[in-house]
Design a protein around this ligand. Structure first.
Ligand code: SF4
Ligand code: SF4
Length: 403
């Protein structure tokens, strides 16, 4: 029901669209409260979220996070493109004094945008790629395990295997990330781990679908994957991407036997158990990029560093913003599937931070981070940095190939 029109004052953001009179609509307000689970209601508009959002580092106009939340509280229309800039890195949420699940609110607002058919160009075809090809890159499902040619990977058998290795769409299809998958297979074999894979039956985890807020489709993917994993007897699953891990841990992990884990914590466990001995590297200075969906989302900061520190010859240095304050690479929240011009890529200031440590290697543990940071290295002047996944560094140590 439409209620009286009331003009509300602007909040001083200076953005033109908010200076105009606005109409409050009770029905719409109820809809927004419902769709965001009431999460936005506790915000008291302190503005910390806007201040810490990395968009303020790369452009003059910050992402008006506080305003997005305020408009959600009031049940007002979404603010066009701003909604789709968020990488869901969680930095704002980690510092919000009211504990608002800001990335969750953003995803809910995106879900609403899908319902009203107001999404950026390209995202509907992303959904079709996942639907028809079972991966967001639109690559043929029959080529999903081409990366493993010659590796003789066994089909997962719960009677024989300790873990299911879930490789994920990026590492299956992206030529750069295929090297990470192959390196990790070598590490597992060096540790004597009995593992199997699902091969061409490996499904998409649905993270890209979740990131852009397509909740109805995500629910279908989760139901289908849960059924498949139960049928195949999947218990302990190790993923290469923290995004896959997050989706499995938060959306799929309803069965007590199903235990998803990111490979960094698994590797730390193998080292601690004495199953993986790392002979060392001839000496490299390295710094670690905390993937948002490993660090801030799952509080996993120590284990990747423990793995690096277990390698003789690695001189681990920290960037100015690290651990809880780590700077997002810019690839989350579906941004990998949207155009980001060079001038506003978070990876550029991040690469400069890595460069300032004097490190030769910028290590991470996420396909999105690797891709974004390598793009960042290409555009920063006079930078001499190699971006490597932690699995590759461990593989290099096992090969005794320091640089
Ligand atoms: S930091 Fe939290 S309480 Fe403060 S404006 Fe943002 S969402 Fe609201
Ligand atoms: S989640 Fe990250 S990108 Fe999104 S609004 Fe918060 S700080 Fe900004």
């Amino acid at each position: 029901m439409m209620v009286e029109d009331r003009t509300v004052p602007t909040n001083g953001s200076g953005t033109d669209v908010h200076d105009a009179p606005i109409t409050l609509d009770d029905e719409r307000w109820e809809k927004v409260v419902e769709i965001t689970g009431g999460e936005a209601a506790v915000c008291f508009q302190c503005g910390v979220c806007t201040a810490v959002c990395p968009w303020a580092l790369v452009r003059q106009k910050p992402l008006p996070v506080r305003l997005l939340i305020r408009r959600a509280q009031l049940g007002l229309d979404r603010d066009g493109d701003d909604l789709w800039l968020c990488t869901t890195c969680g930095h704002c949420q980690s510092l919000c004094p009211r504990g608002v699940d800001i990335p969750g609110v953003i995803r809910s607002l995106r879900n609403w945008a899908w319902q009203e058919r107001e999404v950026p160009e390209g995202l509907p075809s992303l959904m079709w790629d996942v639907h028809w090809d079972l991966n967001p890159w639109g690559q043929p499902p029959s080529q999903r395990y081409d990366w493993a040619d010659g590796l003789d990977l066994p089909d997962f058998d719960p009677e024989k295997h300790e873990i299911l290795l879930y490789v994920g769409c990026s590492s299956c299809y992206d030529l750069r990330m295929q090297k990470v998958a192959r390196a990790f297979v070598g590490v597992l074999r060096a540790a004597g781990v009995e593992f199997g894979v699902l091969g061409e039956d490996e499904p998409c985890c649905g993270e890209a679908v979740s990131a852009v807020g397509q909740e109805a489709y995500l629910a279908e993917i989760v139901a289908s994957n849960t059924k498949l994993f139960a049928e195949r007897g999947v218990g302990h699953m190790v993923t290469l991407s923290p995004h896959c891990y997050d989706i499995f841990a938060t959306e799929h992990a309803t069965d007590g036997d199903f235990k998803p884990e990111h490979y960094t914590t698994y590797l730390a466990g193998l080292i601690e158990a004495g199953r993986l001995e790392l002979p060392g590297i001839a000496g490299i200075a390295a710094t670690f990029q905390d993937p948002c969906f490993l660090g801030r989302t799952h509080d996993t900061y120590a284990e990747p560093r423990q793995v690096l520190e277990a390698i003789d010859g690695v001189d681990l240095r920290e960037m100015d913003d690290n651990r809880e304050q780590g700077l997002c690479c810019g690839g989350g929240g579906g941004r990998m599937f949207m155009e980001t011009v060079v001038e506003v890529r978070f990876a550029v200031p991040r690469v400069k931070q890595a460069q300032a440590t004097g490190a030769q290697v910028l290590v991470t543990a996420c396909p999105a981070c690797t891709s974004c940071l390598e793009d960042g290295v290409k555009v920063v002047d006079e930078v001499d940095l190699r971006v490597m996944d932690l699995a590759e560094v461990v593989g290099m140590a096992l090969a005794g190939a320091g640089e």
